[in-house]
Write a protein that binds this ligand. Structure first.
Ligand code: COA
Length: 177
């Protein structure tokens, strides 16, 4: 495996973010990515591995070879995009936002250490020629902060999550932002 990962050193914790197309990772790394996404508990397990393999980019946050976090730049279906934009009642056109930032998860012991920005930034950087959207629970203020730092704006209205309790909000980052 020859990965040109982006490294960062935050709070002297020597963590590394490796972000690449899924095809650059070996099967074990993909399995670990999928397992950590499932720990997050916000996505359907069925078909997840295939969706991960079809992603534009995935990022793994590692320290001492231990997986501490994941994020992905997904290629959602047209129907999913249309449904999300419709539920938010935004006036924006889902056709402008072909990619979705998702599968964002940092293990509890590594939270609050500033890892989410480099982790998400590594995959959002791979978005060229399209806007990116993300959905986030309305009370997830830490994630909202990170999305804002990446150039995302909250748009439309919140709506009830189909997977979990609580409401979701739509965030968008136009192409070239
Ligand atoms: C959301 C999550 C990814 C954040 O990761 P993290 O590494 O702990 O977050 P960070 O330490 O990078 O903090 C991000 C920002 O939010 C701020 N923040 C953290 N918790 C906050 C809170 N409760 N209220 C307001 N701001 C908060 C931090 O100060 C930081 O802002 P700053 O850069 O201006 O200092 C992590 O909590 C997680 O995995 N949660 C469970 C899964 C999840 O919710 N995923 C997102 C789905 S959209």
């Amino acid at each position: 495996m020859n990965l040109s990962g982006r490294t960062f050193d935050m709070h002297a914790r020597n963590a590394i973010v490796i972000a690449e197309k899924p095809s650059a990772f070996d099967s074990k790394a993909i399995d670990e990515f999928v397992a950590l996404v499932l720990v997050g508990g916000e996505v359907l397990a069925q078909g997840l591995r295939d969706r991960v393999l079809q992603a534009e980019s995935i990022a793994l946050l590692k320290k001492d070879d231990q997986l501490l976090g994941v994020a992905g730049l997904k290629r959602p279906t047209r129907s999913h995009r249309a449904q999300v934009f419709e539920r938010s009642r935004t006036v924006l056109d889902a056709k402008e936002f072909l990619l979705e930032l998702g599968w964002v998860y940092v293990v509890p012991i590594a939270r609050g250490q500033g890892h989410s920005l480099p982790l998400c930034s590594a995959v959002v950087d791979a978005a060229t020629g399209s806007g990116v959207f993300a959905t986030s629970r309305v009370e997830n203020h830490g994630m909202h902060r990170t999305l804002a730092q990446l150039g995302f704006d909250r748009v439309g209205r919140e709506w009830p999550s189909q997977q979990n309790q609580g409401n979701l909000a739509l965030f968008v980052r136009p192409d070239g932002a």
